[in-house]
Design a protein around this ligand. Structure first.
Ligand SMILES: NC(=O)C1=CN([C@@H]2O[C@H](COP(=O)(O)OP(=O)(O)OC[C@H]3O[C@@H](n4cnc5c(N)ncnc54)[C@H](O)[C@@H]3O)[C@@H](O)[C@H]2O)C=CC1
Ligand SMILES: C[N+](C)(C)CC(=O)CC(=O)[O-]
Length: 328
């Protein structure tokens, strides 16, 4: 990544950031707002939906018990959230901007250009996009050098990972600044030095998701089978070790070398050769109905609380919480 445009390295050092703007305040923008508030930042937020303010406050309030149990930064308060009437007000004094608007390429392009025009020069602007390359999103911005991807995981206030990458016209200094800022803000960061389709974690997740949808569509597995197969199986190991080290242990004392000698040839076996399935009405309805059945009367709010408690237990059990309020 290189650029002939203005160098974007942030006017404030990552350690000195106090004010963050969250633009788009749905599931992810709201989750980011909760995370930054819990870390003691002042947060301004803007979202064009008429009910955005109350919705965002409900989301932050729902996350706050989990965040309180993890330990809040000194001075952290939901009172430090300001919902503004305009995008320009939200970013006027921001030292970092996190964009979390709907996953539509044209919308992201226009919004990032608008954010670039309204945000103080040099301030880094990150997009939460789940998969668009920044090269495709930064085309309309006057200063694309400060635009990066900062891809979070739901909920951003509990799942540590953020994937950071720039586009062809992003300044490498902006990528480095964003990575350092996220670390200071308590996240675990993977920084990519060039664009990778689907980033890293989403590419892996999408492969799994594609297979899951195929199995539901073909009647090979129910929605419940799919979920159990992960929560009672590999998912337990993945919270502790990733797929590489997990499979190294499949080789016993011979480790990964023996695993590859033994099971490498089965990579060629026809377990899967599938393209993404058509998301037709039948599959759509089957997945939605299967999830309703699996929820077994629990509301989305119940499930969010249950997930948050479970993730905190896993973080604690796997030693990711060194002390109260320190998730890294
Ligand atoms: N939901 C998820 O699990 C994850 C989503 N993401 C990414 O985060 C971004 C946001 O996704 P969600 O929060 O799930 O969507 P969402 O639908 O929950 O929220 C999107 C919000 O953006 C607002 N919005 C609509 N037009 C806008 C505009 N022009 N400017 C600013 N805000 C606008 C909507 O009113 C809504 O509140 C997407 O890029 C998505 O790919 C990333 C990681 C996980
Ligand atoms: C479903 N999703 C593609 C939007 C998921 C993500 O992007 C990351 C996550 O939270 O798993």
């Amino acid at each position: 990544m290189h650029s002939s445009e203005t160098t974007a390295s942030g006017t404030t050092s990552p350690e000195d950031v106090r004010r963050v703007a969250c633009v788009g305040a749905g599931v992810i923008g709201g989750g980011w707002a909760a995370h930054f508030l819990a870390r003691g930042y002042d947060v301004t937020a803007w979202d064009p939906a008429p009910d955005a303010g109350p919705k965002l406050r409900r989301l932050v309030d729902a996350a706050w018990p989990a965040l309180t149990s993890l330990g809040l930064a000194e001075g952290a308060s939901t009172d430090r959230l300001t919902v503004t009437d305009t995008l320009e007000q939200a970013v006027a004094d921001a030292q970092f901007v996190q964009e979390s608007a709907p996953e539509k390429l044209d919308l992201k392009r226009d919004l990032l250009a608008r954010l670039d025009a309204a945000t103080p020069p040099g301030v880094v602007i990150a997009s939460s996009t789940s998969g668009y390359p920044m090269t495709d999103m930064q085309t309309a911005a006057a200063d694309p050098s400060r635009l990066v991807v900062g891809h979070p995981f739901n909920p951003p206030y509990l799942i540590p990972l953020v994937e950071v990458v720039g586009g062809e016209r992003t300044d490498a200094a902006a990528v480095a600044w964003a990575s350092r800022f996220y670390e200071v803000a308590g996240k675990s960061v993977i920084t990519m030095d060039h664009e990778v389709p689907g980033f890293i974690a989403n590419r892996l997740q999408e492969a799994l998701w594609r297979e899951a949808l195929h199995m539901v569509a073909s009647g090979e597995a129910t929605v419940r089978d799919i979920d159990l197969s992960i929560t009672e199986g590999p998912g337990l190991r993945w919270a502790v070790m990733g797929p590489m080290l997990t499979f190294a242990l499949a080789g016993g004392e011979g480790g990964m070398a023996h695993m590859l000698d033994h099971f490498g040839p089965s990579l060629k076996s026809p377990w899967t050769r599938l393209e993404a399935p058509e998301l037709d009405k039948e599959l759509y309805d089957a997945v939605v109905a299967g999830c309703d059945e699996a929820a077994d009367g629990r509301s989305i709010a119940d499930l969010v609380a249950e997930r948050d408690r479970g993730v905190i237990d896993v973080l604690r059990a796997t030693g990711r919480l060194n002390r109260e309020g320190d998730s890294r």
